[in-house]
Design a protein around this ligand. Structure first.
Ligand SMILES: Cc1cc2nc3c(=O)[nH]c(=O)nc-3n(C[C@H](O)[C@H](O)[C@H](O)COP(=O)(O)O)c2cc1C
Length: 350
């Protein structure tokens, strides 16, 4: 087994074994407001979301995790079955392994094979060349391409990347070159307003916030390397903070919220804070390891029902209405937004 394969298996193992980052993602700081007289019949509530001309049953993405080893292929197949059954989107993990070694291409294409009509996203590092990006998209007949940013993780890996100059320019070149839309995502350290501005300048129109509080790559890399740097363990913008920063940047970007989303209520909170969809990775991986793809599909369907209940209780019939629903920002998230001049009261008084 080569180093990359070992690393992928270690990521899968530790992501399940270690659980979520301590300190939370801040979603509990987001409080929706109960409306006792909603003027909504539950049967009129729709969570359907159209993405790239395809219909999702709810605005949810099983976020990028894996590929490149036999176990990764099995996991991708299982997640693809769940995504198809539950009517949600799915991203494959970084396809660099398949670009370098054609023998593992099938561990990614299995996703398209099991979900031919679904929304599937390709995934590569933001350092990928335009040519690699085009090949990755073609491999899975991608509806869009995710480029991931993971500076904090690379620095925590003894074998990780150390040269980060030119990333924005590279992303701009990929955006220009590929035929599908490009989504730039973090992997758990959170996009800030400043990052969003730079990425917008590079032509990126979709951002996936990837905030802290869910999958904890610093803990994972610490377990892998044995190098303990406890003072850096809380690094990053929590999920709710990152979403509010990007949304209040004033940029006309569309936003996927992710990082520590673990329930239908978290999904509803993210939508009310202005996300179009939410991405969930570690939670579904753990669920799959504990049970089966059928259980993952069942839980997603239960989220759909719960999201509808939350929409009734907030008086919303449609997703655009939920995105305008008033909410109160409390705790550390409120403090952060105030210090950044982002006016959390704006959400409470709309
Ligand atoms: C085992 C594992 C592997 C991952 N590999 C990738 C990857 O290859 N590419 C990527 O963009 N993100 C990767 N991620 C990050 C997720 O897509 C997501 O951004 C992050 O886990 C935060 O979401 P969560 O808190 O719901 O897990 C991986 C996550 C996990 C758990």
């Amino acid at each position: 087994m080569n180093l990359r394969e070992e690393r992928k298996l270690a990521h899968l193992h530790y992501a399940v074994a270690l659980g979520d980052a301590p300190g939370g993602a801040g979603w509990d700081d987001i409080r929706l407001i109960n409306l006792s007289v909603p003027e909504v019949d539950r049967k009129e509530v729709s969570t359907v979301y159209e993405w790239w001309g395809k219909r999702l049953r709810l605005p949810l993405l099983i976020n990028a995790m894996t590929g490149g080893t036999p176990l990764s292929g099995e996991i991708n197949e299982a997640l693809a079955r769940a995504a198809r059954e539950a009517g949600v989107a799915m991203a494959v993990g970084s396809q660099q392994a398949a670009l370098d070694n054609p023998a593992v291409v099938h561990t990614y294409t299995v996703v398209r094979r099991h979900n031919p009509d679904g929304v599937i996203l390709a995934n590569l590092s933001a350092r990928a060349t335009p040519e690699e990006a085009a090949r990755a998209c073609e491999m899975v007949a991608a509806d869009a391409l995710q480029l991931h940013l993971n500076v904090a993780q690379e620095l925590a890996m003894p074998e990780g990347e150390r040269a980060f100059r030119g990333l924005v320019r590279n992303i701009a070149a990929v955006v220009q070159a590929v035929a599908v839309p490009v989504i730039v995502k973090e992997v758990g350290f959170g996009l800030s307003r400043e990052a969003a501005t730079l990425l917008y300048g590079a032509g990126v129109r979709w951002l996936d916030t990837g905030g802290r509080g869910g999958t904890d790559f610093l803990a994972i890399e610490q377990e892998r390397s044995g190098v303990n740097r406890p003072h850096l363990r809380a690094w990053g913008l929590p999920g709710a903070v990152s979403l509010a920063e990007v949304r209040q940047s004033g940029l006309p970007v569309r936003v996927i919220a992710s990082g520590g989303i673990r329930s239908a209520l978290d999904l509803a909170r993210a939508l009310a804070l202005g996300a179009e969809l939410a991405g969930v990775a570690g939670f579904f991986l753990r669920l799959l390891q504990q049970s089966s793809w059928e259980e993952v599909a069942r839980v997603i369907k239960a989220w759909e029902e719960e999201l509808k209940d939350v929409m009734v209780m907030t008086g919303c019939r449609t997703l655009p209405e939920l995105r305008r629903a008033p909410l109160v920002v409390t705790g550390e998230t409120r403090e952060w937004l105030e210090m950044r001049g982002l006016n959390p009261a704006r959400y409470a008084q709309r």
